[in-house]
Ligand binder design. Structure first.
Ligand SMILES: Nc1ncnc2c1ncn2[C@@H]1O[C@H](COP(=O)(O)OP(=O)(O)OP(=O)(O)O)[C@@H](O)[C@H]1O
Ligand code: NI
Length: 360
């Protein structure tokens, strides 16, 4: 959303959120699902970082791990680090996490009805958030609730504050949920497919609203979607996820102009209108595998048009795509592109031997 220069300046500062080697697994009777398997990324203040990938790639589990909301039988494994504003979140108790959720980090989900209670008016729900997080009550809270509804573009807010969620349209409900999230005055807003259920016009309006709010409040936003088009509109930086891993990371323009990982190339080709003359959008054949064991090879190899023998034997580490690029990484044995393939494979093997993999 913001300009390139400002994002470069931003990277000089400490990140607001720093996720390092995040591993989250579900220990079911049948198997261990390594839903998030060694994910690392940063988000700076005022920055929007997109997470994109097909269904089942681990986007929502990444978000829930940050929020301390991983459902049993899942858990964040040892050796994972989530630093927020200088504090390690993985060491927090449930009570400390509850204080953090809603005050410093808020989340907006795909279905606004999961966040809204049907038996209370929208106003009362926002006022409850204001009471909890800003200690506002009575008429002061009502006034603030109306102001928040106005801030998210709900017309006639003074009347609508007394209405129930079912009296709102889908788009207005999502605005109300965003108002509720803002009632906590968060520094980081995690949006998990916030516009997927909405029609295209409403979707564009909500994206615009998020952009405005971000500028006004210097919000950091983590934006999850499976839609490359939405990422282009929202994000400063993009992380592409595949089978629990980030396989490519770059500033948004860079990723679109020069995608390096064959999976990202495939995702971009599947955007309608991106292939002149194509009648149908091409999608990548096959499905995202469920990661059950620590990876010892490239999880995309079975679907990869550029795979070669080593891809079945060496797990690719995240490396700079070439010596000039400091800010564009890919987890693929084809990179760095400015060394021989043999040297590249050796570099990945070396990095892999240093990787810490947790079993518990
Ligand atoms: N409660 C759970 N128990 C067991 N496995 C789970 C649970 N929640 C998620 N998973 C598994 O974790 C993996 C990642 O799921 P996740 O919901 O993060 O995917 P996603 O990228 O958000 O996909 P989508 O685009 O469909 O929302 C999937 O294989 C899923 O089956
Ligand atoms: Ni999801």
């Amino acid at each position: 959303m913001a300009q390139r220069e400002t994002s470069a300046a931003r990277r000089e500062e400490e990140p607001l959120l720093s996720v390092d080697n995040l591993q989250t697994a579900f220990f079911t009777d049948k198997e261990v699902i390594r839903a998030v398997d060694g994910v690392s990324f940063d988000i700076h203040r005022g920055e929007t970082v997109g997470i994109v990938g097909e269904s089942g790639s681990g986007k929502s589990v990444t978000a829930r791990s940050i929020m301390g909301l991983v459902d049993s039988p899942g858990r964040v494994l040892e050796g994972s680090s989530i630093r927020f504003d200088g504090e390690e979140l993985t060491e927090k108790t449930e009570k400390q996490y509850r204080n953090l959720r809603g005050s410093d980090i808020a989340m907006v989900f795909q279905d606004p009805l999961t966040s809204l209670n049907p038996v209370y008016t929208v106003g009362n729900q926002i006022k409850e958030a204001l009471r909890l997080h800003q200690n506002l009550r009575g008429s002061a809270a009502t006034e603030e609730a109306i102001e928040l509804l106005e801030a998210v573009g709900i017309p006639d807010a003074a009347r609508r504050v007394r209405e129930y969620p079912h009296e709102f349209s889908g788009g207005m409900r999502q605005r109300a949920v965003i108002a509720m999230a803002l009632a906590c005055d968060p520094e980081l807003l995690i949006c998990d497919e916030p516009t997927t259920a909405l029609d295209v016009t409403i979707q564009a309006q909500i994206l615009e609203l998020l952009e405005e709010l971000q500028e006004e409040r210097n919000l950091a936003i983590m934006f999850i979607t499976h839609d490359m088009g939405v990422i282009a509109e929202t994000s400063d930086r993009v992380n592409v996820m595949y089978a629990g891993e980030i396989i490519e990371s770059a500033p948004v323009e860079d990723l679109y102009e020069n995608p390096r990982h064959p999976y990202t190339e495939g995702l971009l080709q599947s955007i309608p209108g991106n292939q002149p003359g194509a009648e149908r959008l091409s999608t990548i054949e096959g499905d995202v595998p469920t990661p059950n064991e620590p990876a010892s090879y490239c999880r995309f190899e079975p679907r990869c048009p550029k795979a070669f023998e080593e891809c079945t034997k060496v797990h690719p580490a995240s490396v700079e795509v070439n010596a000039e690029s400091e800010d564009h990484t890919a987890a693929c044995l084809l990179y760095p592109e400015d060394v021989s393939q043999e040297e590249a494979v050796e570099l990945h093997e070396q990095r892999e031997s240093q990787r810490e993999v947790s079993e518990r």
